[in-house]
Write a protein that binds this ligand. Structure first.
Ligand code: SAH
Length: 296
């Protein structure tokens, strides 16, 4: 056997000792701490990793996330069976298929949007009076109109005709944000406080004439008008995003009305399609004047 050179032996020892030292350090401090010291200046990569963010950074990123409905109000855990039956018998049975829409209809506590005297009828297959001569639509019509808008979690929706705010809440279960306008001040005020109480933090409600839309929040992916209009308000067509969809009941105030779907393609071309005969309360405000044909 060849005699080992003393410096080679020394080297071997050094390698063995340093290996043992590193091993001991890993055992004592754990691999995470060794690789990433406890106190350090955050690098770009550290910032990108949410597990490595400081409390402040986490708070900031939560602030940037769009708010979602809270679902903590007690009414969400009431009458669940009634909502399931409503969806099965009135909505699925009539061929509404969008899973998000069905889930939203099962989630929103419709009984929290009707008057106390109508609690028993909240999940019936028809519209109900909400005061001031206005109505909350039949559940099927709410589901049908919502499905036709093809909402997704990034959609921004404009609703004209807040009423009880039920339709707005259904849209808010799916979309990112809902802006809703109501012309009757008292209804707008009660809708606003109801939405707040129920935790709909992604619905923004105000009083006004929806004919003019909500200019500060344009453009919208989807627009829904829940009062019958004699014509499509031109400002609303303008406020629709290319690729966007609008649904409204079109027709005379107390006569024949049809749900019409308006689409704007990526080049801005408008198309319309008649869907379903309906009966809605009339849209009031400027649209009634705009409808008057010019005098000859
Ligand atoms: N979407 C409502 C039902 C709406 S009933 C719900 O889910 O309960 C129609 C509503 O449209 C009424 O409240 C009526 O006051 C409102 N309305 C009528 N004309 C309007 C207009 N020009 N702008 C805004 N709201 C209007």
């Amino acid at each position: 056997m060849a005699e080992e050179h003393p410096t080679a032996r020394k080297k071997k020892w050094l390698v063995a000792v340093s290996f043992l030292a590193v091993f001991a350090l890993v055992i004592v401090f754990g691999p995470g701490r060794l690789v990433r010291p406890r106190f350090s200046f955050a690098s770009q990569d550290d910032k990108a990793d949410p597990n490595n963010a400081t409390e402040q950074e986490l708070k900031k990123s939560a602030e940037n996330k769009p708010p979602r409905p809270l679902h903590t109000h007690r009414s969400f855990s009431e009458r669940i069976h009634q909502r399931q039956m409503m969806v099965a018998r009135q909505i699925r049975a009539r061929d509404v298929q969008d899973a998000n829409v069905l889930a939203a209809m099962r989630t929103v506590p419709r009984h929290a949007f009707v008057r106390g005297r109508d609690l028993r009828r909240a999940y019936y297959d028809h519209p109900l009076a909400i005061g001031y001569g206005q109505t909350i639509s039949q559940p099927y019509i709410v589901a049908y109109m919502t499905e036709s808008l093809k909402l997704d979690p990034n959609s921004t929706v404009l609703e004209v005709g807040t009423g009880s705010a039920y339709q707005a809440a259904v849209c808010a279960e799916i979309a990112r944000e809902v802006y809703t306008i109501e012309i009757i001040e008292e209804l707008a005020a009660s809708a606003k406080s109801r939405l707040k109480e129920l935790g709909y933090t992604n619905v923004f409600a105000r009083a006004g004439d929806g004919y003019y839309g909500w200019k500060q929040k344009v453009p919208f992916d989807a627009i829904i008008i829940t009062a019958a209009a004699p014509l499509v308000p031109p400002p609303l067509i303008e406020q629709l995003k290319p690729g966007g969809r609008m649904i409204l009941p079109l027709g005379s105030p107390y006569g024949a009305q049809t749900l019409v779907l308006i689409t704007k393609d990526d080049k801005g071309k408008i198309r319309s399609k008649s869907l379903l005969p309906v009966r809605f309360v009339p849209m009031i405000g400027h649209v009634t004047k705009a409808d008057q044909s010019p005098e000859k």
